[in-house]
Design a protein around this ligand. Structure first.
Ligand SMILES: Nc1nc2c(c(=O)[nH]1)N[C@H]1C(S)=C(S)[C@@H](COP(=O)(O)O)O[C@H]1N2
Ligand SMILES: [Mo]
Length: 356
């Protein structure tokens, strides 16, 4: 195993833990709409797996007509597609919840975007032949370990309902930005599930199993569940689709600026439809004006960049906010949806600056 697979302090990232490796991208480093692997956030539940790719086989089994094994070479000959996708950890922005929620206190940088190339998961399922009664598709990763809530060893496994598994843009990726997927991000094969929070995009795929029941693994039935009630599990439901959201990238929180003209800029994204509007407030939410959307994410899975011209003549402290709305009419709320494990934070983004 090469040294680069070990967790390491990367001066460009903000570290939350090294074993397993959990580091995020400082938002001021997100300058392009394609994130370089060096700046790509890292979110791992276990230490990195050991795997040899010379004898790698992708197994498709379970409720199928004919269980299949695919080699990487075979995969490369199948019809592929390349899609630009936002991957956002469902714990992104967790540090903003009040009261504090359980888990790593991710700031605003547990998000990435880039080009993923691969073969639709559907192609493999069709080749194996889905049997009647199939309900879910379980994707298992090579990484494993113990959780704090049990003595058992688990692999990182997640399921998709059949409908999402068969979506033509749910792919088994083998390239990121025209290169083999970097090891830390799932080499050689990674599931890419556009529009869902990134826990669904299983890295280092070991096998794919079709089942006739609801998968109950801990990363599905204990974690990645919204528990809106403080005291108990009432009203819980699974984390799936990305919420409409935005982040102000410029200026940065607590910046000191001069009077005059400034560009306020940032990104906005959603797991449903496209971003239709971004509004900015420079007076703490009293009044709102529309920002200019520079890159419209026309029906794809990208984020939209936006910019707002701000002329400020009076010195003082200002609270700047951004609020995105998507084509399904979902808008960022002013009050976040609190839940025990702190998933899906998407309240209006807010920074403070001082003008002097
Ligand atoms: N095999 C495996 N896949 C995984 C995970 C993991 O720990 N193991 N973490 C998930 C979570 S919660 C997130 S947010 C993303 C992080 O992907 P990245 O490390 O490439 O940024 O991978 C997902 N896929
Ligand atoms: Mo995540």
């Amino acid at each position: 195993m090469s040294k680069s697979h070990n967790p390491s302090i990367n001066p460009s990232l903000i570290a939350h833990s090294l074993l397993p490796e959990n580091q995020e991208t400082p938002i001021h480093f997100i300058k392009s709409d394609i994130i370089d692997p060096k700046l790509f956030y890292r979110r791992n539940h276990f230490s990195y797996p050991m795997l040899t790719t010379s004898s790698y086989w992708l197994s498709v089994n379970g409720l199928v007509e004919k269980p299949r094994l695919f080699t990487l070479q075979e995969m490369l000959t199948m019809p592929s597609k390349t899609i630009k996708v936002v991957l956002e950890c469902s714990g992104d922005k967790r540090y903003l919840f009040v009261p504090k929620a359980f888990g790593d206190q991710w700031q605003k940088g547990a998000i990435s975007q880039g080009y993923w190339k691969g073969v639709p998961l559907r192609t493999f399922l069709d080749l194996a032949g889905i049997k009647a009664g199939a309900k879910e598709v379980v994707v298992e990763g090579y990484d494993y370990g113990k959780r704090t809530d049990s003595d058992r060893v688990y692999t990182f496994s997640r399921s998709l309902p059949l409908e999402k598994a068969l979506h033509p843009d749910t792919i088994i990726g083998y390239e990121y930005n025209n290169q083999p997927i970097p090891f830390k991000h799932g080499y050689p094969l990674r599931l890419i599930v556009p529009q869902w929070y990134a826990m669904a995009s299983v890295k280092w795929i070991k096998q794919i199993s079709i089942i006739d029941s609801e998968f109950k693994g801990p990363f599905q039935s204990t974690d990645y569940v919204y528990y809106p009630n403080k005291e108990n599990e009432a009203g819980s439901f699974p984390v799936t689709t990305i919420n409409v959201n935005s982040t102000i990238q410029k200026p940065l929180d607590m910046n000191v600026l001069n009077t005059g003209k400034h560009f306020i800029s940032g990104i906005s994204w959603t797991g449903k439809g496209v971003i239709s509007k971004v509004e900015v407030s420079t007076d703490g939410g009293k009044s709102w004006s529309e920002a200019n959307i520079i890159t419209q994410n026309k029906g794809s899975y990208e984020w939209s960049s936006w910019v707002f011209d701000w002329s400020v003549m009076e010195k003082g402290e200002y609270t700047i906010m951004s609020k995105a709305t998507d084509s399904y009419g979902r808008s960022q709320p002013s009050i976040p949806f609190w839940n025990q494990k702190g998933y899906g934070y998407n309240a209006v983004d807010k920074i403070k600056v001082k003008i002097e």
